[in-house]
Ligand binder design. Structure first.
Ligand code: HEM
Length: 263
């Protein structure tokens, strides 16, 4: 309904300013200056964007917060990093992302241990091939287990433990932590020709969401809860019980956008 209404506004000339990605999609032009996308294509693109850009970061951030409330020393380290890099006089910005290495290590650990889905998107072999000694005939459907990779005890020490420090080695070697994993020891954005086209955007949204939640609030368990229940849903890899926490503001009040300021 939102897209139908926006489409109507543009086609009637009622709307003329670009404000969000829906406006951009509706007004895209081809080389000859004609509208590029049909309304069905705009709806499909918007849906893809929502699935990719809302589900992935929010699942990772929900799991990371849950794990970190159970292990307050990890939470403390991440908040200290934000206070050191950003301070408490302004909000986390995209330009801070390269320096928020521990924060990124926490999200990376959530991608490893709690992938948004148990399997990667299906791939089909276009030719006969051999991988690690296994013959894969042309036409085979190949399903990579994200859980099998991320929790492989031959690759990961104490694989079921949420331990962001395991991703900090690159910092000691002088490189920033990234959310991509080019050695496929787990799958975040995957790699190769079918890998995610939006690792930069996905990283930005994940770090901004998580960084601002950690910077803006002190998170704690609800009264009477000894530890957050980290069980997975029977049907997928989401939390079986959606995370419920207390959020206590920790920044000066003017830094919290009011509803009227965000519209
Ligand atoms: C944190 C956010 C995201 C994560 C973790 C993520 C992860 C992934 C993964 C694991 C794949 C499968 C790669 C494979 O088949 O090997 C994928 C594919 C894809 N992603 Fe993302 N994604 C994210 C955000 C986005 C966004 C924002 C967009 C679009 C704007 C996007 C567009 C795509 C597309 C088009 C593919 C299919 C590529 C192909 O099959 O050629 N993703 N993504």
């Amino acid at each position: 309904m939102v897209i139908d209404e926006r489409w109507r506004q543009w086609k009637s000339g009622e709307r003329q300013e670009l404000e969000d990605f829906l406006d951009v999609l509706i007004t895209l032009k081809d080389g000859g200056g004609n509208p590029l996308l049909t309304i069905e294509e705009v709806k499909a693109q918007s849906q893809e964007m929502m699935f990719a850009l809302v589900d992935n970061p929010s699942n990772a951030v929900e799991w990371a917060l849950a794990e970190m409330v159970n292990q307050p020393e990890t939470m403390k380290k991440a908040v200290e990093e934000i206070d050191r890099v950003v301070g408490q006089d302004r909000l986390v910005q995209e330009s801070d992302i390269p320096q928020l290495n521990y924060v990124k290590a926490c999200i990376r650990e959530a991608f490893r241990l709690h992938p948004v889905a148990p399997f990667n998107l299906p791939h089909v072999a276009v030719a006969d091939t051999t991988i690690a000694g296994f013959r894969v005939p042309k036409g085979s459907h190949v399903l990579l287990s994200r859980i099998g990779l991320g929790r492989n005890p031959r690759v990961w020490d104490e694989p079921l433990r949420f331990r962001p420090e395991r991703h900090m080695a690159s910092v000691e070697e002088g490189a920033d932590v990234t959310l991509t994993e080019n050695d496929l020891r787990f799958i975040s954005f995957s790699i190769g020709r079918r890998g995610c086209i939006a690792a930069t955007l996905g990283t930005t949204v994940s770090v901004m969401l998580f960084g601002r939640l950690l910077q803006g609030f002190t998170w704690s368990k609800p009264a009477g809860v000894a530890a957050i229940d980290l069980s997975e849903s029977m049907h997928d890899t989401f939390m079986a019980k959606p995370l419920v926490l207390h959020a206590h503001p920790r920044l000066p009040v003017h830094l919290y956008p009011t509803p009227s300021a965000t519209i």
